[in-house]
Design a protein around this ligand. Structure first.
Ligand SMILES: *Cc1c(COP(=O)(O)O)cnc(C)c1O
Length: 367
């Protein structure tokens, strides 16, 4: 029987012509297509500006840099995320402080509030699996405290909270890595409504140059290329379709898996919309199989699945013993790390595929 992969990348047909066009033009580095990609990204995020960079980790790093985050400063973030979030904070020389997650797998606003101290310079919620954090509350917290928001929107292309798109609440950091909802292979974006910050990020991205050899600030080479933009543009144009397909797949799986003992299905919090980067279930103690058994049997049945993430982000020696990682009690994140399993939800799934995912999960959990 055909395997159903957890991840599948299929580019729109028009991608091939656009890439060939760039190759023929002989201008392979940052050019007009990067500008076009940025235009499309402002539409996605509902933001005034978008700055394309070479990857999502760079996007986070650039956002923190432009806010002046550096040594001695603290950034409040999620303990349940990919290492890139933490690496970006540590890379700036700042200290990471953690706010435990809620049912939505994202930082609880109350926990973020509790984690704020005198040195807190940024709030960095992660829109995990494509569902936005509670940005209405987190925005209110940002306004009350005067601390700016950097959104880790690496997984949340097109998702929204309180009627606003992710990436519009502060500095929005998107990844365009090969397995993300929209991809350029490697790539990233920072979105913002702030003219001055946008201008500064464009200068920092390009060696700190205003014009040719006019250095304004020590900068970086964080540029994306037109070759990469050509891969991404057709997907950005089809974002609505891609988004709707993922949502339809998620809805079909949820309907099929309703009511299984010990299984918690992913919900969408009121007022939020979900980009379904991952469809993540929880296998709890009362399920008929352990998570380990579940993963083994799903794989044997030919349905790909994965654990994002097997541990709290700092639960590795290199982070636990790091002087700028402030570990704390995060019981919700700890429990989630032992229970989560992501099932295929990508746009290439057919109706037969989602039906098979449902029947295999039911079979494995004996439900
Ligand atoms: C992918 C990802 C990143 C980093 O993006 P890259 O483009 O791989 O550098 C950051 N945060 C989260 C939550 C991610 O999933």
């Amino acid at each position: 029987m055909r395997k159903i992969p957890l991840v599948s990348v299929e580019l729109p047909v028009e991608t091939y012509d656009l890439v060939a066009q760039v190759l023929r033009s002989g201008m392979l580095a940052q050019g007009p297509l990067v500008g076009e990609l940025e235009e499309l990204a402002t539409a996605m995020a509902g933001s005034k500006h978008a700055i394309a960079v070479n990857n999502g980790t760079t996007a986070l790093s650039l956002a923190l840099e432009v806010l002046g985050v550096g040594p001695g400063d603290e950034v409040v973030t999620s303990p349940f995320t990919f290492a890139a979030t933490l690496n970006a904070i540590l890379g700036r020389g700042a200290t990471a402080v953690f706010a435990d997650i809620g049912e939505d797998f994202c930082c609880r606003p109350e926990a973020m509030s509790d984690a704020i101290g005198k040195r807190t310079k940024a709030l960095l919620p992660v829109h995990l699996y494509g569902q936005p954090a509670d940005m209405v509350q987190i925005s209110a917290l940002s306004e009350r405290s005067g601390i700016p928001i950097v959104e880790d929107a690496a997984q949340s292309h097109g998702a929204s909270a309180g009627g606003r798109s992710t990436g519009s609440f502060g500095l929005g950091c998107f990844s365009l890595y090969a397995t993300k909802n929209l991809t350029t292979g490697e790539g990233g974006l920072v979105t913002t409504n702030d003219d001055a910050l946008a201008d500064r990020m464009r200068v920092l991205r390009n060696q700190g140059m205003r014009g040719r050899y006019e250095y304004e600030v020590p900068g970086h080479n964080y540029r994306l290329t037109d070759l990469q933009a050509a891969v991404g543009i057709p997907q950005f144009r089809r974002l609505k379709e891609i988004y709707a397909q993922r949502a339809a797949n998620a809805a079909a799986i949820t309907e099929g898996l309703d009511g299984i003992e010990g299984l918690i299905l992913p919900g969408v919090a009121a007022g939020r919309s979900h980009a379904w980067h991952q469809y993540t279930i929880r296998i709890t103690d009362t399920a008929k199989r352990t998570r380990k058994q579940f993963l083994e049997q799903m794989t044997a049945e030919g349905v790909g699945c994965g654990v994002y993430y097997p541990r709290v982000v700092y639960d590795y020696d290199c982070f636990r013993e790091h002087p700028r990682v402030r570990t704390n009690d995060v019981p919700n994140a700890r429990l989630a790390a032992t229970q989560v399993v992501s099932l295929p939800v990508h746009p290439q799934l057919s109706k037969a595929d989602t039906a098979r995912i449902v029947s295999v999960v039911r079979k494995v959990l004996d439900a």
